[in-house]
Design a protein around this ligand. Structure first.
Ligand code: AQP
Length: 333
């Protein structure tokens, strides 16, 4: 790899990638790939913190790889691998668990939300999820982690854990920075717009999957929950406007137009026309990605070669950090 700064990020194969995952994370990975050495994983270890169907998990992991590539991530230029193929993630995670406090983890919003949504399965993995995420990042001496807004709290705890460890043992880990996009850092549910759009939402109308049929995508946007005021205005923090705010943000993120210019363009127009235009813009954004995905996802050999090569390269880099950590804590290496 060239001597550039390092990016690490990933998506869990816990469902089909949503427009939120794309706009919040993957789209930025594509934009940053020239400037950085990028390492992107399919985060299967994370995904089992919520019960998964094994057959589907396997399929979704490979679909995710195909989708990364279809979105424009160049497999020649970047390292793409399956998280569980690199033994270092789980190993470093165990060590860092011993340098993370229960109180810190108890404050994590995602843990609180997921405990509420999966009250019958509040497992220890769900609780220590941020420690595994810290390990993912720190193993590669990462400079930048492009994520959506919901993951910024996990970046903060990652930095705290790294600083604590470095404080005891010297400079073992690079302290990473989080990176969020200007538009699309938190895409909201189409049915409950005060809630984040999530790929594991029980209501499929709440999210746009990058693998939905294009006419289904248009229908979902046209039936998005809005309000009865009938005014296309962006009002940050006004919950009654959450649906319209969300559609304006989505349009801004997929077209690159500013929120102000969208608001003035639609001044005096009705929600029907506006939704139709948002639907069209999203469909046109996803159309070429879908076409590419349909091609790549059929080619199992191509995908296998990429993830095998990626695992080898990722493991080689990560083992250097893990060995340093083992030495520092006093393991016989
Ligand atoms: N709604 C969103 N808007 C913008 N960015 C988002 N991300 C997730 N949802 C949105 C970003 O996508 C990346 C991958 O997320 P993840 O798979 O690691 O898990 P998540 O954040 O928990 O995403 P989901 O879709 O809500 O998954 P489930 O339903 O399985 O929990 C991250 O960078 C995330 O910030």
């Amino acid at each position: 790899m060239e001597n550039k700064k390092i990016i690490f990020s990933g998506v869990q194969p816990s469902g089909n990638v949503t427009l939120g995952n794309y706009l919040g994370a993957i789209k930025n990975w594509v934009d940053l790939q020239e400037e950085y050495n990028c390492i992107y994983a399919m985060m299967d270890l994370h995904s089992i913190t919520v019960r998964q169907n094994p057959q589907e998990l396997k399929k979704k992991t490979l679909d995710l790889l195909a989708l990364y590539i279809a979105c424009g991530i160049d497999p020649e230029q970047n390292i793409l691998f399956v998280q569980s193929h690199n033994h270092c993630h789980a190993e470093l995670s165990w060590v860092l668990n011993c340098y993370t406090y229960m109180g810190e983890l108890q404050r994590m919003t995602q843990f609180k939300d997921k405990s509420k949504n999966h009250a019958d399965n509040i497992n220890a993995g769900l609780f220590t999820y941020p420690v595994l995420m810290a390990s993912d990042i720190l193993l590669y001496q990462t400079d930048l982690v492009p994520v959506g807004k919901d993951q910024m709290q996990h970046i903060e705890i990652c930095r705290d854990i790294a600083e604590r460890f470095n404080g005891i043992y010297g400079d073992v880990f690079k302290i990473p920075e989080g990176f969020m996009p200007k538009a699309g850092a938190k895409v909201m549910s189409l049915q409950e717009p005060t809630k984040k759009m999530s790929k594991s939402d029980e209501n499929p109308k709440a999210y746009i999957s990058m693998l939905d049929d294009l006419n289904v995508i248009a229908k979902k946007i046209k039936s998005a929950v809005t309000d009865s005021e009938g005014i296309i205005e962006y009002r940050e923090g006004d919950e009654t406007k959450a649906g319209i705010n969300n559609l304006i943000t989505i349009l801004s993120a997929v077209t690159g137009k500013s929120i102000e210019s969208i608001v003035s363009e639609y001044s005096g127009k009705g929600y029907g026309d506006f939704k139709a235009d948002v639907a069209e813009a999203v469909v046109e954004c996803i159309r070429p990605i879908r076409a590419e995905f349909d091609k790549i996802s059929q080619d199992k050999k191509y995908l296998t070669d990429i993830y095998e090569d990626g695992a080898m390269k990722a493991t080689r880099i990560a083992e250097r950090t893990l060995k340093k950590v083992y030495k520092k804590v006093g393991f016989v290496v």
